[in-house]
Design a protein around this ligand. Structure first.
Ligand code: HEC
Length: 216
């Protein structure tokens, strides 16, 4: 470095502090806060029902045309096209309805998902007085509920707006007699009576069900 350069250098204002401090401390502090918050939030959510981003509705999950019906021989779609041995009420295929409207949450096996969706296999709620499962499916259910020894706290949407009386009866008749369940059939008339009695009352809680329909 010659003298000329040196003089030129001395004239320069000193560099900012970058050389000694690569980034301000608060940036590191902020990153630390974000990491703690992120990990903490994740840890906090463990074991809670996964409802957060799940805005699927039964309509959105309804399979389009690839339902088991297509694999049945009879092409006509009315009562004549009886499917396998699945429960049918007034010609409505409960099994197909179950896979369209329930299995996304309760699973095709009826075993639900631990911590999120309660099982239907061996459930007392499902196999109780038919008025209880009718109320759940027609009006929805939320709040704490104990099913087969485990507690769930989730929200089941009302399906009364999408399923007819005969469809609710058929899907419940199917679920009440599948996977080793052994409860009685549910009739469309029972669903109609429920609507007459309660109208559009909105979601039930387990406590309300017990209060209104008694212990199961
Ligand atoms: C969007 C997800 C979802 C769908 C679809 C759904 N359920 Fe549920 N279901 C739930 C949740 C969550 C609960 C528990 C609610 C609570 O914690 O209070 C529940 C509870 C139940 C219960 C009472 C508890 C038990 O396990 O027996 C029955 C019976 C039931 N559902 C039947 C059905 C039937 C039949 C269908 C289809 C017609 C259906 N559900 C569709 C999420 C769903």
């Amino acid at each position: 470095m010659n003298e000329h350069d040196q003089r030129a250098q001395f004239r320069e204002a000193p560099e900012p502090e970058e050389g000694t401090r690569a980034a301000p401390k608060f940036v590191f502090a902020w990153i630390a806060i974000l990491i703690v918050w992120g990990v903490g939030y994740y840890a906090w959510q463990i074991g809670k029902p996964m409802l957060g981003g799940d805005s699927r509705t039964p309509v959105a999950t309804e399979p389009s045309t690839s339902e088991p019906e297509s694999s049945n021989t009879a092409a006509s779609e009315d009562a004549g096209a009886s499917s396998t041995a699945s429960a049918e009420v007034a010609g409505v295929d409960g099994k197909a309805l179950f896979s369209a409207h329930c299995s996304s949450c309760h699973q095709a096996t009826g075993q639900g998902i631990p911590g999120a969706f309660p099982p239907l296999t061996g459930s007392k709620w499902l196999q109780a007085d038919p008025n209880i499962p009718i109320a759940i499916v027609h009006d929805g259910l939320q709040g704490e509920i104990e099913v087969a020894g485990n507690t769930f706290q989730g929200m089941m949407p009302p399906l009364g707006g999408q399923l007819s009386d005969a469809e609710i009866a058929a899907v419940l008749t199917y679920a009440r007699s599948e996977w080793g369940n052994t409860a009685s059939e549910v009739s469309p008339e029972a669903v109609a009576k429920h609507k007459e009695r309660f109208g559009d009352r909105g979601s039930w809680s387990a406590k309300e069900l017990t209060e209104v329909f008694g212990e199961h």
